[in-house]
Ligand binder design. Structure first.
Ligand SMILES: [Cu+2]
Length: 163
């Protein structure tokens, strides 16, 4: 009786393990286990153009835009579109500010440039929100003037998908 149960159990486990081994893609092998909660309508990462049809320019309220167009999730990407320097429009860029204080003040001293004035052309500059952390985006042109006076800044705190 007990032996029979044990045999059934071992056979069952062997079946499970071989199923898992047969599909051992290191990224998703556990999805093949029968008790793994399958989500058939898992949300795909979004690609969002910053500012929508306004793109990335002086004088648009991006903080307001981010609030209305969020929330964003880890894996989503933001696309910054702006013309390369051409003599008729202001050149722009994209910086990441290190904290909320530098964001408030548009203080670029410890900022990290992630896209220069030429990278917003064509399909735009794409930035993936990879981590669960606040991101503070700003235009770095004219020593912070675009950020301070042109409201070219916004915060994003990507959320985690629990599915
Ligand atoms: Cu700018």
């Amino acid at each position: 009786m007990a032996v029979k149960t044990l045999v059934v159990l071992v056979v069952f486990m062997f079946a499970m393990i071989s199923t898992a081994m047969a599909n051992k893609n290191p990224d998703n092998w556990n999805y093949n286990w029968p008790w793994y909660p399958h989500n058939t309508n898992a949300t795909q990462p979004k690609k969002v153009v910053v500012g929508g049809s306004e793109n990335w320019h002086f004088g648009f309220n991006y903080t307001d835009w981010a609030l209305k167009n969020g929330p964003f999730y880890i894996g989503d990407s933001l696309v910054f579109k702006y013309d390369p320097p051409n003599g008729t429009t202001f050149p722009h860029s994209v910086y990441l500010l290190p904290n909320y204080w530098s964001f408030l003040k548009c203080d670029l001293r410890w900022a990290k440039k992630i896209a220069d004035v030429n990278q917003g052309g064509g399909g735009g500059f794409e930035f993936v929100l990879k981590r669960w952390q606040p991101y503070y985006f700003a235009c770095g042109e004219k020593a912070g003037f675009h950020c301070r006076n042109g409201t070219m800044k916004f915060p994003v705190m990507p959320l985690i998908h629990w599915d």
